[in-house]
Design a protein around this ligand. Structure first.
Ligand SMILES: Cc1cc2nc3c(=O)[nH]c(=O)nc-3n(C[C@H](O)[C@H](O)[C@H](O)COP(=O)(O)O)c2cc1C
Length: 232
């Protein structure tokens, strides 16, 4: 005989919790919790979007030296469209202009999986020198003291001051893949000198710029005059 049965025999008048009331209470709590989660999500979404916009805005002027203003476009094989064009499909890119309104460069977003999680960056590209002009890490979860250095290590960031992103002869992609090499082994302008002890994070940065560049630099070249005339 179970202990519950024994307790029932000893005190037959002991009240039982009806299962319907229990289910109703639990269901109510679950519904309330779900409702609160949705409410918090809806409430924080515009705040998160706004913070992301501000972070990108600041980063554009860092990765494109000399930039004083910018205009957002959406770019894909279908064409170049001002970002406000309804239903425009493609990647958002940020054309950056100097104080005289001359196109200084383009800032692009790129992402790849690092050691822990996805790393997301904004990087600058100069169509004039066909080179990467700077990077800013927007999001990462790399290990402090190791992968984290991709955002702050001056020697690593030096890689991206004039990283070669030349187009091939038919302008369909890069002449050379942008690749990370072991620390101290960089011998070509399209190579990224990795951080010692953080080769995985370093490779992720090179890979994401290469993938983005192979896709986007030919499109930027194709629509360069529209972008030059696109300043506000
Ligand atoms: C706890 C722990 C955290 C690590 N975090 C990173 C990291 O954030 N980024 C990274 O590239 N490597 C990280 N590593 C090191 C990698 O496992 C690997 O050893 C390293 O990327 C290889 O770089 P190396 O060839 O320069 O030694 C971590 C290793 C350990 C044990």
């Amino acid at each position: 005989m179970s202990s519950t049965d024994q307790a029932q025999l000893q005190n037959p008048l002991q009240p039982q919790t009806p299962s319907f009331a229990m289910l109703r209470t639990l269901g109510g709590i679950a519904m309330l919790a779900g409702f609160l989660v949705v409410m918090v999500f809806q409430w924080t979404k515009p705040i998160i979007e706004e913070n992301k916009r501000i972070a990108i805005e600041k980063a554009i002027f860092k990765v494109v030296p000399g930039a004083a203003s910018r205009k957002n476009f959406v770019l894909s094989a279908a064409g170049l469209f001002p970002a406000e064009t309804p239903d425009a499909q493609g990647e958002t890119i940020y054309a950056a202009y100097d104080a005289n309104g001359e196109l200084q460069g383009v800032a692009l977003e790129a992402a790849a999986t690092g050691y822990q999680d996805v790393i997301r960056i904004l990087y600058g590209y100069s169509p004039a020198c066909q080179c990467v002009t700077g990077i800013k890490v927007l999001k990462m979860a790399e290990t402090p003291g190791l992968g984290y250095k991709i955002a702050f290590d001056p020697a690593f960031l030096e890689n991206f001051v004039a990283l070669d992103g030349k187009l091939n002869n038919d302008k369909s992609g890069l002449e050379n893949n942008i690749v990370a090499v072991k620390h101290g082994n960089k011998s070509q302008p399209w190579q990224v000198d990795s951080i010692s002890g953080a080769t995985i994070s370093s490779k992720a940065i090179a890979r994401m710029i290469n993938d983005s560049g192979q896709r986007m630099f030919p499109l930027i070249a194709k629509h360069l005059s529209e972008m030059q005339g696109g300043r506000e």
